[in-house]
Design a protein around this ligand. Structure first.
Ligand code: ACM
Ligand code: ZN
Length: 544
């Protein structure tokens, strides 16, 4: 009977809003699909007496309660009590609704209750990210002064357009500690992003502990010094850092709590000097290579030898441990910018080419990719590689990450391979974001202002049939010129908000307007500030 009563109140409330004066639409990133505002003076009051009634049967339902409690702790200084069935008013009720899309939600905020409907816990988690942006920012600015926090009456029906909404962080050129990585995951969560691509191995340092090969981290994670400027000199300061397997498990768990899947990247066969320094037998030149973890920026000309079986054994051993650490379905194997010159003069690589009737070194890289993919598939995982892996031919099941513009992703989709769009001219967050370089920290180059990132249409030049192969979008942050967490955040924000919106909101949405987005980004920046996150501010004044 009570349920019926509240249902009536709910219907009355929302039909009243249809005729009554409505409040202005709230500013939310990514833009939700459908928003109906309640009466301007209608609020739900979040207080220490608010109860959580979570009726999801999902194994991750607890993560939703944990997120509510993090919010309550921040705003009210208290965790909320839970109840197992709907009684009375003043609750946050989370209900299962199987008719909704995966990760989608319906959020109804009324004076009586907050009701979240979702098909799975991820959807409910995203409803909470929307709620976070509906909390008046002043409540975060002066927390604990408030006994109650007012949430505006509203109904939102929302779901993501793309299943893959990613951010890549380079932890090799500069190393980011566990706390910094966790903060990145928090930033992603607020933007409803769900894939963290973790770039873990490089010429400049190997950053993941592999038990079978301890020298990878004992030696390969260290470089004697680092170049200064744009490869102009050297600082003479030893640099290093790596994640233990314990660190990785902690970060994987932290990400899972925020519905983020981690995609680890182990570079094969180029960008491997960290590994070659630790185990010179991996390289075409062996001990004679005199390999040293690279102190420069750019791509070293050294490469792992594709002629030796021992190299494949190494890659499989490494991937075995990587698979055990990361539960997600994808493993990224790099494959970009592999310098194939050493292969041209290596007798073992040439023997491999001959024995397998390969035409050239590009096909040798393709041979490597195929073998690695077979290993991953045998162990229940799928391969992602940068768009170079298309060059010598690629299997139908490999997923392509398009970075040299969109052409690799377009080619992949045309031939029926799945692709993730991360074209450098829209999605490289290490590029300058303003023309006024004097007022900026140094960057690698390029020019990708917020409005440019926001203008990306991942479906550009694709037929409706080909569009089905675009899994989503990703922002990439390479860290050669990013030495501190403050600068990391500065480069990522607010452009990551644009990537998030392209990933979440329909790319073909009517009325997509960069100026309107910039206004919302400006609003969200106040939240970045109270959460202690650094961000670029020029776009406030339309400065690009
Ligand atoms: C890349 O930027 N080398 C993928
Ligand atoms: Zn070789």
């Amino acid at each position: 009977m009570k349920k019926f009563f509240f249902l009536l109140i709910g219907i009355a409330f929302f039909s009243a809003t249809a005729i009554a004066q409505q409040g202005s639409k709230p500013s939310i990133i990514p833009q939700p699909d459908n928003i109906t505002m309640g009466l301007q003076e209608c609020f739900f009051e979040l207080t220490p007496d608010t109860k959580i009634i979570n009726l999801l049967d999902d194994k991750n339902a607890k993560s939703v309660n944990n997120e509510i409690n993090r919010l309550a702790q921040e705003l009210l200084g208290k965790r909320l009590k839970t109840a197992s069935s709907i009684k009375g008013a003043h609750n946050i009720i989370i209900k299962k609704n199987n008719s909704l899309a995966a990760e989608g939600y319906i959020l109804e905020i009324a004076p009586e209750n907050v009701i979240i409907q979702a098909k799975n816990a991820a959807g409910a988690f995203y409803a909470l990210q929307t709620i976070k942006q509906l909390v008046p920012v002043q409540a975060f600015e002066t927390p604990l002064d408030l006994e109650r926090v007012k949430l505006p009456a509203i109904k939102i029906n929302d779901a993501p357009h793309f299943a893959y909404r990613g951010f890549m962080l380079d932890c090799s050129r500069h190393f980011w500690n566990v706390e910094t990585v966790k903060e990145v995951l928090d930033i992603m969560a607020l933007h409803k992003m769900n894939r963290f691509h973790w770039h873990l191995t490089e010429d400049q340092g190997w950053r993941i502990e592999i038990k079978k090969y301890p020298l990878l981290t004992e030696k390969g994670s260290l470089r004697e010094e680092t170049t200064t400027g744009h490869n102009e000199g050297f600082d003479g300061i030893p640099y290093g850092g790596y994640y233990t397997q314990k660190d990785i498990k902690e970060i994987v768990k932290y990400a899972q709590e925020r519905f983020i899947t981690i995609i680890p990247e182990i570079e094969i066969p180029g960008h491997s000097l960290g590994a070659l320094c630790a185990y010179p037998w991996l390289g075409c030149r062996g001990e004679e290579g005199n390999y040293k973890t690279w102190p420069m920026w750019g791509v070293s000309p050294q490469i792992a030898c594709a002629g030796k079986e021992s190299t494949f054994q190494f890659w499989e051993d490494v991937l075995k441990e990587v698979i055990e650490l990361f539960p997600g379905e994808y493993i990224h194997i790099g494959g970009d910018e592999a310098p194939r010159d050493e292969w041209k003069v290596c007798p073992l690589c040439q023997k491999r080419i001959k024995e397998n009737n390969l035409k050239n070194e590009a096909e040798l890289q393709s041979y490597v990719t195929h073998r690695i993919e077979e290993y991953l598939n045998k162990h229940g995982r799928k391969l992602i590689g940068w768009d170079e892996i298309l060059e010598g031919g690629v299997s139908q099941s490999a997923t392509i990450m398009s970075w040299r513009g969109a052409s690799g992703g377009i080619k992949a989709a045309q031939k029926g391979n799945y692709a993730i769009m991360t074209p450098n001219d829209f999605c490289y967050l290490d590029y300058f974001q303003t023309k006024n370089r004097k007022s900026e920290p140094d960057a690698i180059g390029g020019y990708v202002p917020l409005s440019k990132t926001y203008s990306l249409n991942p479906y550009d030049k694709l037929t409706p049939e080909q569009q089905k192969y675009i899994l989503g979008v990703q922002g990439n942050l390479w860290c050669e010129y990013i030495p501190t967490p403050m600068q990391l955040q500065y480069m990522a924000l607010p452009r990551l908000g644009a990537i998030a919106e392209i990933g979440w909101s329909n790319p073909a949405q009517e009325g997509k307007n960069a100026n309107e987005f910039i206004e919302r980004a400006k609003h969200l920046s106040r939240y970045y500030a109270v959460f202690g996150w650094n961000f670029a501010k020029h776009f406030y004044d339309g400065v690009e």
